[in-house]
Design a protein around this ligand. Sequence first.
Ligand SMILES: Nc1ncnc2c1ncn2[C@@H]1O[C@H](COP(=O)(O)OP(=O)(O)OP(=O)(O)O)[C@@H](O)[C@H]1O
Length: 274
Amino acid sequence: MINQLNEIEPLIKIRGLRFARGNRWIFDGIDMDIPRGQVTAIMGPSGTGKTTLLRLLGGQLKPHAGRIEVDGLEVPNLSTTALYQLRKRMGMLFQSGALLTDLNVFENVAFPVREHTQLPESLIRHLVLMKLHAVGLRGARDLMPSQLSGGMARRVALARALALDPMMIMYDEPFTGQDPISMGVLVRLIRSFNDALNLTSIIVSHDVHETAEIADLIYIIAEGKIVGQGTPADLKTSESAWARQFINAQADGPVPFHYPAPDYMADLLRGHLC
Ligand SMILES: Nc1ncnc2c1ncn2[C@@H]1O[C@H](COP(=O)(O)OP(=O)(O)OP(=O)(O)O)[C@@H](O)[C@H]1O
């Protein structure tokens, strides 16, 4: 029985992924499994390619080598129509929230439903109010985005990302710029939606504490490779110095505190001699 549970096909399988920007390999041979029904975090130093990975999963970018499979579909080989169908099942929450500024809260959440379905107005109303209620903002339906706090805007964006009942949701830096209360609310919502709606969640984040609180599995990427993977507890005691530095938020380690510089003493003496 335990074996059977462990052998459930992951929702996302990445094998031998290579992707370059200019002459730099952002990913230089990455294998990754994202399990169904769990919260998986992708972490790593700034510029390491976390957002790029989300864009590869969504088919906005194509890999130079390797396989990316989402729910059994080879994303880079999908036709435009098939990719469009798949994307309907992939919710995405951007850091900016990206609400449409000319539409009120209700219409922002209704937007993807109107775009992708032919549902009658009464059902759309029901569905939108249900999603807004779930994020605690049913009472804010008539407000414009400019009237929302940053935390409220992100919750509306979350309701919109869930509007079409996706199988998975990708969060790009969901906690950035939030006060501790809003962060706590988001952490709770991400975890409870994942479990209650049987979603698969992927979080790209720098916020180690919040992410470790909700992630079942964490991958740490650095210099084009996976340098650590496991549960938050595993990573705290990982043999990888990269993983330990990151998860324990240490200022220095494989990611150096100092930008490369000549020897300090030699630098000081040189100034003195000039
Ligand atoms: N359109 C682009 N053209 C060229 N290079 C790009 C482009 N977009 C991103 N990059 C580069 O690709 C690398 C990975 O970027 P990405 O945004 O995926 O990193 P990240 O890990 O999400 O960073 P951060 O944590 O700072 O958000 C960076 O070095 C970035 O400068």
